[in-house]
Design a protein around this ligand. Structure first.
Ligand SMILES: Nc1ncnc2c1ncn2[C@@H]1O[C@H](COP(=O)(O)OP(=O)(O)OP(=O)(O)O)[C@@H](O)[C@H]1O
Ligand SMILES: O=C(O)c1ccc[n+]([C@@H]2O[C@H](COP(=O)([O-])O)[C@@H](O)[C@H]2O)c1
Length: 285
């Protein structure tokens, strides 16, 4: 699949890619998470840890690398901050909070690239350019590229008009994916529609439910509420220093504004508790 070509001065990041397999009986895998990351949250980082645990216990895979691939500005999703800020925040999070994750700015700094094309880009860079990985005996192995996504993203794959059938076959048939269960999105329904690629779809249950989303973080920031412990402190510092996500209201140091926000927040909270008071809280087993 063809693209516009790489952005200026582009260099594929691979300094944290493990080039020697620890277990030659396993298939080497690189995980690629595509998304907005506006901003990146702890859950985005945690998805990779969940995938590592899953692969270790349930599959013959050895994860040799993990990448965040922020989408292009041309994706034009509401709340999408400039690629520059999103890539910077992902880089800060990966470098300070992870020992193995990397950020590939390739798709961020050019026209919109479909996910199938993004996975081809990783396949090309890792297998054709770098030559894949080696076993301890020096035998060369191709790395399998796999998509890492939440179940909400996978649900969109069965919605008409969002993904092309040809791309789905390319992504799920050729590469495969790990899907992290996400509250509010029916994973069984999502995967039933993709049954013909079932053998290449690995479903990861969230043993500790975490429903943080970038949308909620943006909402909190606009309201002047704390987002500490939802995303890395270094990313929060970057957001504060650059005055990001305040566009729908005055600066969060404005006392009256903050008071008004809390009044709004309390009203909303009262409304939601009143409407849910007739049903017992749902507890996920
Ligand atoms: N709480 C979560 N549980 C499972 N998967 C998640 C969660 N948050 C994000 N993801 C997944 O991370 C990937 C990147 O997501 P994205 O950047 O769109 O984040 P988001 O929080 O869904 O953003 P937004 O709220 O702006 O839509 C997607 O595959 C998405 O499904
Ligand atoms: O390739 C496609 O056809 C395609 C269709 C819908 C979404 N995507 C990708 O899905 C990713 C997450 O999207 P979103 O809307 O959940 O932030 C983003 O990287 C998009 O490029 C990709």
């Amino acid at each position: 699949m063809s693209t516009d070509g790489p952005p200026n001065n582009y260099r594929f990041p691979h300094e944290r890619l493990r080039r020697v397999l620890q277990d030659a009986s396993k298939q080497p895998v690189v995980l690629v998470a595509c998304g907005s990351f506006s901003p990146v949250t702890y859950l985005h980082l945690r998805m990779f840890e969940m995938a590592i645990d899953y692969a270790r216990q349930n599959a013959d895979f050895e994860i040799v690398g993990g990448y965040l691939s922020p989408v292009s500005d041309m994706y034009k999703k509401p709340g999408l901050l400039s690629a520059e800020h999103r890539v910077n925040m992902c880089n800060i999070a990966a470098s300070r909070d992870s020992t193995w994750l990397m950020v590939d700015p390739w798709e961020a700094f050019q026209s919109y690239q479909r996910t199938a094309v993004v996975l081809d880009h990783f396949d090309h860079e890792i297998n054709d350019v770098l030559g894949g990985v080696q076993t301890e005996d020096g035998e060369h192995r191709r790395v399998r590229i796999m998509l890492l996504a939440g179940s909400d993203l996978i649900s969109t794959m069965s919605e008409p008009g969002v993904w092309s059938e040809e791309d789905l076959d390319h992504i799920l048939g050729r590469y495969g994916c790990f899907i992290v269960e996400r509250a509010g999105s029916d994973i069984t329904q999502a995967t039933d529609a993709l049954a013909k690629w079932r053998h290449n779809i690995y479903i990861i249950s969230q043993m500790i439910q975490n429903d943080v989303s970038s949308t909620k973080v943006r909402l909190f920031l606009r309201r002047g509420l704390s987002v500490r412990y939802l995303l890395p402190a270094s990313v929060i510092e970057y957001i504060d220093q650059n005055g990001l996500y305040l566009d729908e209201g005055p600066n969060h140091t404005d006392l009256q504004y903050r008071q008004q926000l809390h009044r709004d927040w309390d009203r909303e909270h009262e409304k939601s508790t009143a409407s849910s008071s007739t049903s017992a809280p749902s507890v996920k087993s």
